[in-house]
Ligand binder design. Structure first.
Ligand code: AMP
Length: 248
């Protein structure tokens, strides 16, 4: 069985994001970019399932600028077999991403798509669900555990106060939650090997998808700066201060 793993290039999670002065978005100039952490978990899961003999081929795909090749190389170094880069230089909305992935699924016919539950740049949490709807495939979202058995998969999901296990018939879409696994570091030999693995380059028009945005971002603002704290001498003084400020 073939698995498709969509991966997105996003601002590295350690970077303190700066909002542009004109409030139209965030500053991406000279900022470290990395594979979306949930997508790294998706690649790791695909590699582990391949190691268990449950799947035979892992295809990583990204839709983004030329520099997104690096993101694909990360996935290839972790163990993906080949990759597809769909070149697109402007911002994309989840629906256009999902439509492109649907077209790729029509061509590649994977038995499973494993995506991140959300991209940490715009926190949309939409692509996996939209893709499942476009394909009319079942979905198991926010997976904390994945068991593949012949033509079915069991997805254990973390829900409020416990776990829920659902069974989906393959082909299906699964999105990854934080506790599914701990991604491996790619070894140097695997990073070298990844350089030789094939990356196929495509454009969105190859898949007949219109990338035009349907939403307009009106404004992006930075969170308010935290005010400095103050020490109080006693609980009574704290209560008095809170009452004074109308907090209690
Ligand atoms: P989102 O719905 O935008 O939060 O993204 C959910 C998941 O969809 C991500 O974790 C990725 O697996 C996938 N995804 C989103 N955007 C892209 C992209 N441009 N290229 C490849 N995969 C993407």
């Amino acid at each position: 069985m073939k698995v498709l793993v969509p991966v997105k290039r996003v601002i590295d999670f350690n970077v303190a994001v700066r909002v542009k002065a004109d409030r139209t978005g965030v500053d991406l100039a000279n900022v470290k970019m990395s594979i979306n952490p949930f997508d790294e978990i998706a690649v790791e899961e695909a590699v582990r399932q391949k190691e268990k003999g449950k799947i035979s081929e892992i295809v990583a795909v990204t839709i983004g600028p030329a520099a997104a090749q690096e993101t694909l190389r990360t996935a290839l170094a972790m163990g993906a077999d080949r990759a597809i880069l769909v070149r697109h230089d402007a911002e994309l909305e989840p629906l256009a991403v999902a439509k492109t992935l649907k077209a790729i699924c029509d061509q590649e016919q994977p038995g499973l798509v494993i995506l991140g539950k959300q991209a940490i740049d715009d926190d949309c949490n939409q692509v996996g669900q939209m893709l499942a709807a476009l394909l009319a495939w079942p979905q198991g979202t926010f997976a904390a555990q994945l068991e593949i058995q012949a033509d079915r998969a069991q997805v254990t999901r973390e829900v409020d106060g416990g776990l829920q296990t659902v069974e989906v018939k393959l082909p299906a879409v699964v999105t990854t939650d934080l506790r599914l696994n701990e991604p491996r570091y790619a070894s140097l030999p695997n990073i070298m090997k990844a350089r030789k693995k094939p990356i196929q380059e495509k454009t969105m028009s190859d898949y007949g998808v219109d990338p035009a945005p349907r939403l307009k971002v009106l404004e992006v603002t930075a969170p308010e700066k935290r005010r400095s704290g103050a020490r109080v001498g006693s609980a009574a003084e704290l209560v008095a201060k809170l009452k004074d400020r109308g907090v209690i």
